[in-house]
Write a protein that binds this ligand. Structure first.
Ligand SMILES: C=C(O[C@@H]1C=C(C(=O)O)C=C[C@H]1O)C(=O)O
Ligand SMILES: NC(=O)CC[C@H](N)C(=O)O
Length: 970
């Protein structure tokens, strides 16, 4: 093969005003990536708008039409012949005159609008890259009915089929024969079809052998498909109206088992109107030449608007198109959010939309004068135990010294453990804890009454306007406002004041990476899976799915941690946190109401917390005390002999039992496959839970002992211990999966995992009789080799790669809703990562926050984690709500756990491989004594992504492997 340089990009027309109607597909926003490959971000933001199809009416659309130059109909779940799925699209297709491009569901709608029928595609394969053959017109330009005219290497007289595969924008093969396919004369799916297909294949082969000039009009390109349904090429195919311009050589299994070749329609064009459709997904990260397809459509759009036959006003657009009007832009929820946030930040010190009373109390209690401070303790790891054991000792010692605060309000340990390298570890005791219940729309704040040192609780009902005020929005506004108060810091009289904001601001301009990305204090806690009710557009909560009373733990819970003890990778320790030079030691009891009954309404977060007498930073004296405590704690721990309890940790975990049987889970898998077959989902992350209770164990085990066991036997990058007794919840996590990390300068990174294999481990030294390497002197080497083979198989497994790709495309689309469009990139696609007990396929997706979007809003827009839902997210989540034991919530499992720092940094894991301990909340001193007696319910969620190709037994085994990585039972 020669190495001719890629074709230059064909001329790009002025960007027409484009409406993308989103049918709640989780990929639609990726179309923006195609636009920004051709036009600058700013222009795309002004001229391209994504609107949820179910949020506008046919009448709304009529009023928008004069503001639009072309329309894209997105992919989506469901069927184009079901009105509830497709809305007014069929009317739109039949009546509109402006250019229109339908993608997947959108193309199917094009066919149905003109009388076509929808059937199941013969060979369901979601997320696979398949070859697409297409027609093109060598003399493209007006009159051509194909939107493949620009595909390499066509139209510039340099067509050399032997090199086209290396062209910049994708791999394409050309043949030199004009084959008459699918234009109505030789309908698809017939005997003739098969002959045609063979003929095409022969031509392709001959062409490759001969390697001569391509003058013909059939090309090939590789694209990703996500469809279960397809346009029937034979029955009712509206050949008077539509022409087939692309197809895939597929196969269909007949009832007698024989497999026959068939073609599936992959591209359509209207014979007279500027309307086109493609069945594949040009916007997928694994599709090639998607931008060329869009460019071709936009060229056709421009040709249409500059055509002499059209009325004058349209012809006048020859030189460019105006931006969309604000009214049209406001139909997009992303636009509205960005606009609101920007307006709010222009108002001055206000963060989000000001709520009632916000800002009235800002001058109080040291507001605006807080500083981030960091001080080294200079204590390096001692000789006792391994480095990780020292961490544990420090944590235990810190808990003991918490003056009862740890016992009453809780402890957090952002651990992160690795067997391979030393990691950082951060510990803290919250000064107050917020928990939120979706059912009552109430936030409860637990804190210590400074007079009595007892736990006090105050409730706040969010305003009665759920659409306007969600916990996400309330919390985001308050947190942004809190962050603002750090901005005017001056350097402290002692210690190093971290001028995070000055640096972050300059980094935004220079693009440098922040140097210190460690946690510096702020919120630690979790977003439970059910918080999707307030984050996922279009979601309708099941009324019966809220669980019984005993299941009613908080849906989100965040503890404020302003004093942190941290260990660096080199083993040294430091303290870090927020200091409020004007802060006071005690709060005037007169300002604090501590009764459970007191309930506030609709106040903004800061205003409310301050009315309770709470502070966000330590006073200088408290900071001194903190430094002393930290020194003592670390000093003692590093000099101590290892705690003997650490030595023998066998069997500290209770025996977990599955909530449903293997058969029950497999029935769920079949239901998932049915939903996929029907076109309602492409992939569903089906989960279940394994449960245990303290009453079922013979001896009561302290959750911290359990966690200590877990961090040793299954070290994971997101190992975390969060203990919030007032919320009745303790979390023991060994999650390997990053949900989202956001740097202080707005860089976002998500790392979805899909594809799991248990590792092969030599167990000879543990007296294993059934060692996979069969024992003997070379057993360890044999096991390592087997382990390698397992990893290799995983990496090349088409089904696992497809599972990963589907989530990656979904996550790219999630990020497109909060990041600037051209910043969303995939630096690492489907890479192997190996952990203590499993191999995983992991992808890295990055972006940069759109100005005006806060980090918590970004988390909200991506929540719940796509790897726990499947795709498309909304429809899949609704299906899973019904499938997974309808009376149970997923709770903490499947949500996000970690920190949201005061400096704007966020690091959250996906809550998997995690034990959640739940009990009656401990809120009074009497209760606390009773805690030893109270029953603790432990649960461990596990599941996996189900696709059409799933094997039920294999999937159940995968669930057991995941559970086993936590319990050690496998
Ligand atoms: C559902 C779980 O894991 C999810 C599913 C995975 C898979 O299907 O391979 C991998 C990681 C997680 O995103 C779980 O661990 O419970
Ligand atoms: N990605 C899509 O748009 C899918 C369309 C349709 N639901 C199908 O399964 O065929």
């Amino acid at each position: 093969m020669s190495s001719k340089p890629a074709n230059p990009l064909p001329p790009v027309p002025p960007l027409p005003r484009t409406l993308i109607l989103d049918y709640r597909d989780s990929y639609t926003n990726n179309l923006l990536s195609l636009f920004v490959s051709l036009y600058p971000d700013d222009e795309v933001r002004r001229k391209v708008v994504v609107v949820q199809a179910d949020e506008i009416t046919w009448d709304d659309l009529q009023t928008m039409l004069s503001d639009l130059d072309c329309i894209l109909l997105s992919p989506g779940p469901g069927r184009p012949d079901i009105p509830a799925d497709i809305g007014f699209a069929l009317d739109l297709i039949r009546t509109t005159t402006i250019p229109l491009l339908g993608i997947c569901l959108g193309m199917q709608a094009l066919a149905v609008a003109y009388g076509g029928q929808i059937i199941n595609t013969p060979d369901l394969k979601h997320g696979h890259v398949i070859p697409i053959s297409f027609n093109f017109n060598p003399n493209s330009g007006s009159g051509s009915r194909s939107i493949f005219d620009l595909f390499p290497d066509h139209g510039n007289g340099t067509s050399d089929p032997s090199v086209v595969g290396q062209a910049r924008l994708g791999s394409t093969k050309m043949v030199d024969k004009d084959v008459d396919v699918g234009n109505g004369k030789a309908p698809f799916g017939t005997e003739v079809q098969i002959e045609v297909q063979e003929e095409v294949q022969k031509e392709v082969q001959e062409e490759e052998v001969v390697g001569g000039q391509s003058v013909g009009n059939v090309g090939m390109v590789e694209m990703v498909t996500y469809n279960s349904l397809t346009v029937d090429p034979v029955l009712g195919f509206p050949s008077d109206e539509l022409e087939v311009i692309a197809w895939h050589d597929d196969k269909r299994k007949l009832e007698d088992g024989t497999v026959v070749p068939v073609k599936t329609i992959q591209g359509l064009a209207h014979r007279t109107k500027p309307q086109y459709g493609v069945q594949f997904h040009p916007e997928s990260i694994a599709s090639s030449s998607g931008s060329l397809l869009l460019l071709s459509f936009l060229q056709k759009t421009h040709e249409y608007h500059t055509s002499k036959t059209l009325p004058t006003p349209t012809t006048a657009l020859r030189t460019g198109y105006p931006p969309l009007t604000r009214r049209t832009l406001r139909m997009s929820s992303t636009y509205r959010q960005v606009e609101e946030s920007r307006a709010a930040s222009r108002v001055g010190s206000r963060a989000g939309s000001p709520g009632p009373g916000q800002g009235q109390n800002h001058g109080g209690r040291g507001g605006g004068r807080m500083r981030l401070v960091e001080e080294r303790i200079e204590m390096v790891q001692g000789s006792a135990g391994g480095i990780e054991d020292v961490n544990e000792q420090v944590f235990r010692e810190l808990t003991r010294r918490g003056n009862g605060r740890a016992e009453k309000l809780g402890t957090v340990w952002l651990d992160g453990v690795s067997n391979r390298a030393a990691t950082t570890s951060s510990m803290s005791i919250p000064s107050f804890v917020l928990s939120y219940s979706l059912r009552t729309r109430t936030v409860i704040c637990h804190f210590l009454n400074p007079e009595t040192s007892r736990v006090a609780a105050r409730r706040l009902r969010l305003s009665s306007r759920p659409a306007v005020d969600t916990f996400w929005k309330w919390f985001s506004r308050g947190s942004v406002e809190l962050r603002r108060r750090l901005q005017d810091r001056t350097t402290g009289d002692r210690g190093q004041s971290l001028d995070m904001f000055a640096r972050a601001a300059s980094r935004r301009e220079t693009g440098d990476r922040p140097t210190d990305t460690r946690w510096k204090g702020g919120w630690v806690g979790w977003w439970g899976y059910e918080m999707k009710e307030e984050s996922l557009g279009g979601y309708e909560a099941r009324t019966s799915g809220k669980g019984g009373e005993d299941e009613d733990g908080p849906d989100a819970c965040w503890g404020w941690c302003d004093r942190i003890l941290r260990r660096s990778k080199d083993g040294s320790w430091d303290i870090c946190g927020v200091v409020d030079p004007g802060g006071q030691e005690t709060t005037s009891p007169a300002t604090v109401q501590t009764t459970e009954e007191a309930e506030d309404d609709g106040m903004e977060m800061l205003e409310w917390l301050e009315s309770l007498g709470l502070q966000f930073g330590a006073s200088p004296r408290e900071w001194e005390q903190w430094l002393q405590t930290a020194k003592d704690v670390v000093g003692l721990a590093v000099s101590q002999r290892p705690d003997t309890r650490m030595k023998d940790r066998k069997d500290v975990l209770p025996a977990f039992k599955p909530l449903i049987s293997a058969e029950g889970y497999k029935t769920g898998i079949e239901k998932c496959r049915k939903a996929i077959y029907d076109g309602n989902s492409y992939e569903l992350t089906l989960t279940t839970r394994f449960v245990a209770s303290s009453s079922s164990s013979s001896t009561r085990v302290d959750p911290l002992d359990m966690y200590a066991h877990l961090r040793q036997r299954n070290p994971a990058p997101y190992s975390t211990f969060v203990h919030f007794p007032t919320a009745g919840t303790t979390i023991l996590s060994s999650s390997p999966e990053r949900f989202v990390r956001i740097d202080a300068d707005g860089r976002v990174e998500m790392k979805p995992i899909k594809g799991t294999r248990g590792r092969v481990k030599c167990v000879c030294d543990r007296g294993g009789v059934d060692c996979p390497g069969k024992g003997g002197p070379d057993c360890a080497t044999r096991c390592a080799k087997l382990d390698d083979e397992v990893a290799r198989e995983l990496c090349s497994n088409a089904k696992e790669r497809a599972e990963n790709l589907m989530i990656v495309d979904l996550i790219r689309s999630d990020l497109q809703s909060c990041c600037s469009p051209s910043s969303v990139q995939v630096p690492k696609l489907i890479a192997l990562e190996t952990y203590e007990s499993v191999h995983q396929l992991v992808t890295t997706v990055v972006g940069r926050l759109e100005q005006g979007i806060s980090e918590i809003e970004a988390v909200e827009r991506c929540f719940p984690p796509g790897s726990m839902t499947g795709a498309p997210k909304l429809r899949s989540v609704q299906i899973l709500d019904d499938l997974e034991a309808p009376n149970r919530r997923r709770g903490v499992y499947s949500g996000a756990l970690g920190y949201m720092g005061i400096d704007g940094q966020v690091d959250l894991s996906v809550v998997i491989r995690t034990i959640v301990a739940e009990y009656e909340p401990v809120t009074t001193d009497t209760d606390r004594q009773g805690m030893q007696e109270r029953e603790v319910r432990y649960s461990l969620g596990a599941g996996g992504a189900i696709t059409w190709l799933s094997d039920p037994q294999g999937e159940w085994d995968e669930v057991l492997t995941k559970v086993g990585s936590v319990t050690g039972s496998r």
